[in-house]
Design a protein around this ligand. Structure first.
Ligand code: PLP
Length: 406
């Protein structure tokens, strides 16, 4: 069932949604450079000034009496913040801890587990680079083998993800690492079905949901995963360094933070809530981030961003004479689009990654457009994000910039 099923361009609601697609929020609510065309919310998010002010208030409270704050105030404040975030993602508060980012969440899980030589870890070729590196590290340590399902891109539909993933599961598969929303290709994976395949075979599942909170409705207690990590600093407007790890109760005793500290042996939340002195203000500001979302309206945000994304995608595909590489139902607030042949052939003597970097830098330095250029499956792609401060004219600027070589 697509999450944004009533908003497709073939839907009777699409016209109304299109006309509502002015920016939902004034861009001045963010500190974003007014000269920049910022089409890359996906990489690091962008935090509203109001949320940053709330974070500063927490920092001031800490610095007014660090000892009292860390010892007395923080433990309660942190659990209260975790409970608010847990409520938003459909989790029980005692099953959710803060981590600094999704990379940390993935590492905490992978480094907690034990493998035998020849054990297989199932993942996909659309996985995030840092997570694939962590898998390499773990596999090298234990002699385990990462097995990547080759998910096609362009892709016709979620069935292709399911078929490719099922094909790599074997009796030796000991863990599956699955994205909820992929980074290079911006695809919503059919997670319930993929988890179902794993559960039938007794394979534990770690979900990298870095991009999902705020984009997709989450019911973590019902999803059936063993571990789920997600970022609040991307699409939940929290300050950078605000992310979470949810762990199913029966996995908590075997799951430890990568850094072991005072809480070791005292239970799941105690272990993760204190991993040494650090600045907890990004986590404590989650309340302000969720209040910001509530102020704008979660449904309004979802409707605006997804509709703007579809408009922008159509505009760019027409301007660049491209074919949609994924069905609308697999998209949230980001889309990855093919660049035309003349960009694919641009400076062919350089490696693909270097060409991607140069095109990104060219767009920024020449047009002040920030958008990721992605080398994937031997080609160059552009990944657009749609957020409440964006307007369609910004994607027109991108289309114009991409219509000719430097
Ligand atoms: C799918 C996915 N996983 C993990 C990450 C890493 O996020 P972070 O840098 O916050 O750890 C990203 C970042 O874009 C991502 O897209």
């Amino acid at each position: 069932m697509p999450f944004f099923s009533n908003l497709g361009s073939d839907s009777p609601h699409f016209g109304a949604a299109l006309s509502a697609c002015a920016p939902l929020c004034e861009r001045s609510l963010w500190g974003l450079d007014p000269q920049a065309v910022f089409l890359n919310h996906g990489s690091y998010g962008a935090t509203p000034k109001k949320v940053l002010q709330a974070q500063s208030v927490w920092r001031e409270r800490l610095e007014a009496q660090p000892v009292q704050f860390m010892g007395e105030e923080l433990p309660r404040a942190l659990r209260a913040a975790a409970a608010e975030l847990a409520h938003f993602v459909g989790a029980e508060p005692e099953n959710l801890v803060f981590v600094e980012n999704a990379t940390s969440g993935v590492n905490a899980v992978l480094r907690s587990l034990r493998f035998r030589p020849e054990d297989q870890i199932a993942c996909t070729n659309h996985g995030y680079g840092a997570v694939r590196q962590a898998l390499q590290y773990i596999c090298a340590q234990w002699g385990a083998i990462p097995v990547e399902a080759q998910i096609p891109f362009p892709i016709a539909g979620p069935e292709q993800v399911i078929a490719a993933f099922e094909a790599i599961l074997t009796p030796q598969t000991r863990l599956a690492v699955l994205d909820h929303l992929t980074s290079p290709t911006a695809l919503i994976y059919p997670l319930p079905e993929l988890i179902g395949l794993c559960r039938e075979r007794g394979i534990p599942v770690l979900v990298d949901g870095a991009h999902a909170p705020g984009v997709l409705p989450l019911e973590l207690e019902k999803l059936g995963a063993d571990w789920y990590t997600g970022n609040a600093h991307k699409w939940l407007f929290a300050p950078k360094g605000c992310a979470f790890l949810w762990v199913a109760p029966y996995r908590q005793a075997q799951t430890h933070p990568t850094v072991i500290s005072h809480g070791y042996g005292q239970g799941f939340t105690a272990e993760f809530d204190w991993v040494g002195t650090r600045d907890p203000s990004a986590w404590l500001a989650i309340s302000a981030a969720l209040a910001f979302i509530q102020g704008v309206g979660l449904d309004n945000i979802r409707q605006h961003n997804h509709t703007l994304l579809l408009q922008a995608r159509q505009l760019l595909l027409e301007a660049l004479e491209g074919i949609p590489p994924a069905p609308e139902k697999m998209l949230g607030f980001m889309a990855t689009l093919p660049l035309p042949p003349f960009w694919q052939q641009w400076i062919p003597e350089l490696p693909l990654g270097e060409r991607a970097r140069r095109l990104h830098d060219y767009l920024w330095h020449t047009y002040r457009i920030e958008v990721p250029i992605i080398p994937f499956a031997g080609q160059l792609w552009v990944r657009i994000s749609a957020q409440v401060y964006n307007r369609l004219a910004e994607y027109e600027q991108l289309a114009l910039a991409l219509q000719h070589l430097p």
